[in-house]
Design a protein around this ligand. Sequence first.
Ligand code: PEP
Ligand code: MN
Length: 339
Amino acid sequence: MLIVMKADATDGQVEAVVQVIEELGYKAHPMPGAARTAVGITGNSGAIDPSHFETLPGVAEAVRISKPYKLVTLDMRKEKTVVRVGDAAIGGDELAIIAGPCAVESRTQAFAVAEVVRRSGARFFRGGAFKPRTSPYAFQGLGEDGLKILAEIRDTFGLKIVTEALDEPSVDLVERYADMIQIGARSMQNFTLLRRVGKSSLPVLLKRGLSATLDEWLLAAEYIMAEGNYQVVLCERGIRTFSQHTRNTLDLAAIPAVRRISHLPVIVDPSHGTGKNYMVTPLARAGVAVGADGLIVEVHDSPGNALSDGAQALTLDQYERLVSEVRAIHEVIAPAPVG
Ligand code: PEP
Ligand code: MN
């Protein structure tokens, strides 16, 4: 259930609704919007009697939600959520660009890429320190040493750090060194991990699972939000299909499909979405054209020597060209600024 407050409801009236929800033994999720505040209710196993709320001052209506998810929906919040990462943002007017190597391999490698990412005007640097590899014998990442390099990049270039956590202990470490926690495709249904990042004060980048439906993906976001962390960005990174000409099939229709249901920002990963260097730029262009709030792209100073995902890494030059192209596309499709 969701309690929609009147446009002129006071903070005290919202607080009184929250109190009733808590007295009933449920969790309240007040979400202020431009026109009105809605208060989501989670933690109930059966239907809630709307009469608990309908007569409270400031309440416009108590709405039963029939969808499997609540907090991610446009019923909760009519306008798009802007996820703030320090002084940078994802979901606002500016196209968010998150770029960097698949994995942090060395200080020299990470700094060489970061310098170009900074110069491109991107606000976010990516790089895995904990790598979820298909083979247990493949490079698994530098762990905490990799996070220390990332933290140095943040201090040197002012870039916000986005990096993956694989399990609960690595969330503790990522929280110490980074600005945004990535939950990888393989972890999208690790529900204890989702609950853990739901308690974090850092925003979360939630990648779509390798074979996750839209509903499963949104329910994964719901897990995080149900714990009280509303700073979630969705990332379409390709799904497993019968096609063999790409590593994954980038489901660009997921962008407008998410938009129709959810207020959360959604970005595109054309690197894992294709797995092939020559396809990354065209699919990045397409991702922006279809309305993504941003891109996450893999870049390497020497793709041929990369310890992971070299085949999809852009060279530094290719990356710089991509940024200027996608910015031009974003200008054309972005709504004209007001005023
Ligand atoms: C990555 O970003 O390097 C990564 C492992 O992504 P995904 O979880 O989408 O495979
Ligand atoms: Mn990768």
